[in-house]
Design a protein around this ligand. Structure first.
Ligand code: SAH
Length: 225
C-alpha cells in the first residue's frame, strides 16, 4: 500500500483550499500553484484529512505545528521568490512551508531548534521527495558559513529582528519576519538595498509560536494560529 497516496479526492480538496486562499487575497499564481502541488495531507495523520485541507494551523503531535496555509501563502508571496533563490528558513516545524519554497524552485536551508522536530523532518521530507539542507540549531544565529542568502523567512514570532540575520541577507535581498514578543506579531518585510540601506515595512498581524533562544525552554504546547 502506498502510504503517501495523492489521489483525485485529495487534489479536489486542495483545489478548494487554493480557492479559499485566493479569496483571502493571495494573487501570486506561482504561490497558489505551489500550494496546489504540495500534498498537505502527507503532513497530518490519515484521520485528519479534512483538517489537512481546511485553512487552519494544526497541532500534529509532539509539540509540532503545521502553519495555516494562508499564512504560508502570504509569507511566501512577500518573499517574491525567483527560481534558484537561496533561502534561509528559521523554524522547519513540520516542513510544509519548506516544501512550498522548494516547489517554487528555491534552494532551502532550514533551521529547527527542537531536536524531535528536526529529526522527524530530516527523515520525512526526503521520503516525499523534498531535499532541503537541514540544520539543528538556533535560528537567531542564522547560518553564517552559508551566507549570504537571497531571502530569509522566519516562521516563528521574533521579539526583535535579529541583527545577525540582517547581516546574512544579500544586498537586494528580502527578509520576511513576524515581529512582536506578545501574543501577536506584525508581519514585517525588511529589504536590504544594493547600497546596504535597510527599509522596513510593517503589514498585518498574525499569531506565531515564539522564536526561542537557546536559554529558553522548548515550546512543546505552542500552536501557530
Ligand atoms: N514552518 C512550519 C511551522 C513552524 S512553527 C510549518 O510549515 O510547519 C515554528 C517553528 O519554529 C517551531 O517548530 C519551533 O520549534 C521553531 N523555532 C522556534 N524558535 C526557533 C529558533 N530560535 N531557531 C530555530 N527554530 C525555532
Amino acid at each position: 500500500m502506498n502510504l503517501y497516496e495523492d489521489n483525485f479526492r485529495h487534489q479536489g480538496m486542495r483545489k478548494k483550499l487554493v480557492e479559499t486562499i485566493k479569496s483571502k487575497g493571495i494573487t501570486d499564481s506561482a504561490v497558489l500553484e505551489a500550494i496546489m502541488q504540495v500534498p498537505r495531507h502527507f503532513f497530518l495523520d490519515k484521520a485528519f484529512l479534512n483538517q489537512a485541507y481546511s485553512d487552519q494551523a494544526f497541532q500534529i503531535g509532539s509539540g509540532q505545528t503545521i502553519s495555516q496555509p494562508y499564512t504560508v501563502a502570504y509569507q511566501t508571496s512577500l518573499l517574491e521568490i525567483a527560481r534558484g533563490d537561496k533561502i534561509l528558513e528559521i523554524g522547519t516545524g513540520s516542513g510544509y512551508q519548506t516544501c512550498v519554497l522548494i516547489k517554487m524552485g528555491a534552494k532551502v536551508f532550514t533551521i529547527e531548534r527542537q531536536k524531535e522536530l528536526y529529526d522527524k523532518a530530516v527523515k520525512f521530507l526526503p521520503v516525499i521527495g523534498y531535499n532541503p539542507k537541514f540544520f539543528f540549531g538556533d535560528g537567531y544565529k542564522g547560518l553564517s558559513s552559508y551566507a549570504p542568502f537571497d531571502k530569509i523567512l522566519v516562521t516563528c514570532g521574533a521579539p526583535v529582528i535579529p541583527e545577525e540575520l540582517i547581516k546574512q541577507l544579500k544586498p537586494g535581498g528580502i527578509m520576511v519576519i513576524p515581529v512582536g514578543s506578545g501574543d501577536v506579531q506584525v508581519m514585517t518585510v525588511l529589504r536590504k538595498a544594493h547600497d546596504g540601506e535597510i527599509r522596513i515595512q510593517e503589514l498585518s498581524k498574525f499569531r506565531f509560536v515564539p522564536m526561542l533562544s537557546d536559554k529558553e525552554r522548548g515550546a512543546a504546547n505552542d500552536i501557530s494560529v
